[in-house]
Design a protein around this ligand. Structure first.
Ligand SMILES: [Zn+2]
Length: 298
């Protein structure tokens, strides 16, 4: 009950603080929250938001602990505006090449719930954050040798197709600790790491959190919202548009704003109109884009 009150208080403060309620507030649905904080020069509000986040950003959103199955939280209600702290991250692999993105793969007619990164057999795979190992199993027709780790920030991370495990169930691990070796086990052609990020079994595109080419996270925080629609199955746009492709797979439906970008430039690059780009992200055409902001482009 208290939480609800605080949230509506924050909403009211937002309206009062922002001189014009611009689209900037609206894009916060998918945008890393630290950008939002920077955009508002009210210390009071900042403290209020941080207090709120601290109240919900604990991993006790999970009702149970299960060593046997990877996906057991499908029916559990998902938290709204759940802030995931990405500080203290480690890259799961030092390899930078993404070979298959998150989302619908027309070639395989299936939804790819993770991100594939090119690794060699034997390459060390590292825990993305501090946490506790929940699952260590072998699944011949799927993940192969895989590990699931639960983290205090609320995320669970999955590491698939490994050649060896270096951890045991219920083991506490530190961010950056070796947890396995790269491989080609399970449903895999060619050695790679299949990396998933989930909240209560609900997959999040790992590219919204981790930037493998730059070996970094996208921001200090990521706000998870279960109501944000998943990108539509983009079988057509993934194959047909002019978007450059890494590793020969389809284009990501998301784009991270760089310095010098404009709505027009981004829309053109993704083969959509400025109007559509604005609609997808709840922006107005006058919005000034901040570098680092993640936009949906299809
Ligand atoms: Zn994969």
């Amino acid at each position: 009950m208290n939480k609800l009150k605080i949230i509506s208080l924050t909403a009211a403060l937002f309206l009062a603080t922002a001189s014009s309620v611009s689209a900037q507030d609206l894009i916060a649905r998918q945008a890393p929250v630290d950008r939002k904080l920077k955009a508002i020069d009210s210390l009071v509000l900042k403290r209020q938001i941080e207090k709120e986040a601290a109240a919900t950003a604990v991993a006790d959103i999970y009702p149970s602990w299960n060593n046997d199955y990877a996906h057991v939280y499908g029916g559990v209600p998902l938290p709204e505006n759940f802030r995931i702290d990405l500080r203290g991250f480690s890259m799961p692999t030092t390899n930078r090449v993404v070979t298959s993105r998150y989302g619908y793969r027309s070639r395989w007619r299936r939804n790819h719930k993770g991100l594939d990164i090119d690794v060699n057999v034997g390459d060390t795979i590292y825990a993305a954050f501090d946490g506790k190992v929940r699952v260590v199993r072998y699944e011949r027709g799927g993940y192969g040798k895989y590990v699931v780790i639960r983290h205090p920030n609320g995320l669970e991370t999955f590491y698939g197709h490994m050649s060896a495990w270096l951890v045991e169930p219920n083991q506490e691990v530190k961010s950056g600790q070796p947890i396995g070796l790269g491989g080609n086990t399970g449903r895999s052609t060619g050695s790679h790491l299949h990396f998933e990020t989930r909240v209560l079994s609900k997959a999040i595109n790992p590219e919204l959190l981790f930037d493998f080419p730059n070996q970094d996270v996208t921001a200090d925080y990521y706000v998870f919202n279960p109501t944000t629609p998943e990108p539509k199955s983009s079988s057509v746009s993934a194959e047909g548009k002019a978007q450059p492709k890494e590793g020969g797979e389809g284009a990501s439906p998301y784009y991270k704003v760089r310095k010098g970008d404009s709505l027009y430039k981004i829309a053109k690059r993704h083969g959509i109109t400025v109007e559509k780009l604005c609609r997808l992200n709840g922006l107005s055409k006058r919005t000034i884009l901040r570098p680092g902001l993640v936009l949906r482009c299809s």
